[in-house]
Design a protein around this ligand. Structure first.
Ligand SMILES: Cc1cc2nc3c(=O)[nH]c(=O)nc-3n(C[C@H](O)[C@H](O)[C@H](O)COP(=O)(O)OP(=O)(O)OC[C@H]3O[C@@H](n4cnc5c(N)ncnc54)[C@H](O)[C@@H]3O)c2cc1C
Length: 371
């Protein structure tokens, strides 16, 4: 008899798991709370202009032919560069982010900045995000690029409240020589050639699956690998959940904390506003938004007008797991109680910010472990 898999959530994780489980011989049912597949990676159109909620380029590891072959089965891609400009806190011009050497020469406190970088202590004790950045790029660059940005991104008074990011070890060389070294050759970026982005991926990966739209799962019985849908329990051999893990165990250890984003779309009567090759602007001061994305370079859309998306930190959705040890510990208590055959995956499910490439790898690893 064929085995059955239930997947809660038809986002990038749910669709990728659906495809891989089908390939492994499972019958797959997807319960999706909305009326579309693709979740946060779905491309929408605003007066003809394609956009996603936040830019969604695919950041691939150089030399991973298996991943390249996998994605090429579904979509054709273009290569992209990734360059970000930041308008720093207290500054009056844009600089590359992460900082590059030639930009430092243009900065008002360049000698102080260079001295702080030269004197940084690679063995310093790092206890929170503020320590990490101060020890990495020095106090002045931290103040310009990170301090306010992080506070407004997370809605906090003090960056010492954040400690998860200190999992990074200090970079040997925190300042880049030039804009080309963004990913230091270890990674490259691609984006779908077609204007509707990854949408065909979601349709193709879920072919022959039982997809139930507008079906939000609110109740789980993880011991039975079952979900309550329209008043009836549906049970499976394997249950994949991409929603927040606290929901799986009825919030018994309390609700996990997240930060969200609101997006404002504006079409402007000009062909392009950002200088090539930039399409991403970060605002590190006290303006209420964090980032602006101009979509054309990503999507390849041609028009006399241009669409920008402005991101505002918000409490209206659960996009970013909160990077503190206390919250990660809480998530781990939930994970520890999940029986075999119940997988909590994806950006919410794993309670860790994951990009699409990482999720592809997680799905591959999870399915490889199944019978
Ligand atoms: C602003 C922003 C920009 C990003 N940019 C990039 C980028 O450039 N490159 C990159 O690789 N990654 C990027 N990411 C990360 C990427 O969006 C995630 O890796 C991806 O969306 C995770 O997919 P997912 O399926 O886990 O979650 P989601 O995309 O959130 O999908 C979850 C799906 O589950 C459904 N769902 C949730 N709860 C339930 C429930 N109880 N019952 C039924 N259905 C439910 C939702 O409706 C949704 O369709 C970005 C993320 C954000 C927030």
């Amino acid at each position: 008899m064929r085995k059955k898999a239930i997947i809660v959530g038809g986002g990038f994780t749910g669709c990728t798991m659906a495809y891989m489980l089908k390939e492994k011989g499972y019958d797959v049912t997807i319960y999706e709370g909305s009326d579309i597949l693709g979740g946060g990676c779905r491309t929408f159109f605003y007066r003809g202009h394609p956009y996603t909620y936040g830019p969604h380029h695919l950041i691939m590891k150089t030399g991973d032919q298996e991943a390249a072959d996998y994605f090429n089965k579904f979509l054709k891609f273009r290569n992209l560069d990734h360059h970000v400009l930041t308008y720093p806190n207290g500054g009056d011009q844009f600089y590359n982010y992460p900082p590059i050497r030639s930009d430092i020469e243009k900065m008002p406190h360049k000698d102080k900045i260079k001295e702080e970088i030269a004197n940084r202590d690679e063995n310093a004790k790092i206890e929170n995000l503020e320590d990490y950045w101060k020890n990495s790029v020095g106090e002045t660059l931290y103040g310009m690029f990170v301090e306010q940005y992080s506070k407004k991104m997370w809605g906090i008074e003090n960056n010492q409240e954040l400690d998860q990011d200190i999992a990074f070890s200090l970079k040997k060389e925190p300042i880049r020589d030039g804009v080309k070294e963004y990913f230091e050759g270890a990674k490259y970026i691609i984006y779908p050639e077609n204007l509707d982005g990854y949408n065909p991926y979601f349709e193709k990966t879920t072919e022959n699956c039982n997809v139930q739209f507008n079906t939000k799962v609110e109740k789980f019985d993880v011991q039975r690998k079952a979900v309550l849908v329209n008043g009836e329990w549906d049970e499976a051999d394997i249950l994949v959940s991409t929603t927040s893990p606290d929901k799986l165990l009825d919030y018994k250890y309390g609700e996990l904390k997240y930060k969200g984003r609101d997006f404002l779309k504006i079409i402007l009567p000009i062909e392009k506003i950002t200088p090539d090759p930039y399409y991403f602007l970060y605002y590190a001061g006290d303006e209420p938004y964090t980032r602006i994305c101009e979509y054309k370079l990503l999507t390849g859309y041609e028009s006399k007008e241009t669409l920008i998306g402005i991101e505002f930190p918000s409490e209206n959705n659960k996009l970013y797991p909160y990077p503190t040890k206390a919250e990660v510990d809480r998530a781990n208590r939930y994970f520890a109680e999940l029986p075999e055959g119940v997988l909590s995956m994806g950006r919410q499910g794993a309670y860790k910010y994951k990009d699409m490439y990482e999720i592809y790898n997680d799905c591959k690893d999870a399915v490889a472990k199944l019978d």
